[in-house]
Write a protein that binds this ligand. Sequence first.
Ligand code: CMP
Length: 139
Amino acid sequence: AVTRTFSIIKPDATRRNLTGAVTKMLEEAGLRVVASKRIHMTRDQAEGFYAVHKERPFYNDLCDFMTSGPVVVQVLEGEDAVARNRQVMGATNPAQADEGTIRKTYAESIEANSVHGSDSDENAKIEIDFFFSPDEIVG
Ligand code: CMP
């Protein structure tokens, strides 16, 4: 089925002017950008978005990193969008990511790993609603 997922192009990628290069890889994987905006996340937004990781040792550094520069938040649409996006992103740790994936190609570290993508349809809906209002999504 055609579904939607939520994606973030992270500060390490925007800093290196890779917004277009990353988006091209998403598009070549069969995903369509149906919403996109460049924002500088507030501390509150980063902490809220990653609240599920609050007890993890990397939480504070992660929130520092995600507010360290601009990000591009996107809604992606395509056949099995969550799985398709996870495939083209590659493993969270770029050292373990497959050749040809975004993280293998561009990520600097497990923290500065260039992209985020939702891990389930349920979380995709929650994450899309966190950053976008319905009128900002044009399918
Ligand atoms: P993301 O998909 O955005 O979800 C949580 C993020 O935490 C993850 O990508 C990584 O960038 C970051 N992170 C930092 N350290 C770790 C770690 N040890 N394990 C998992 N995620 C980590």
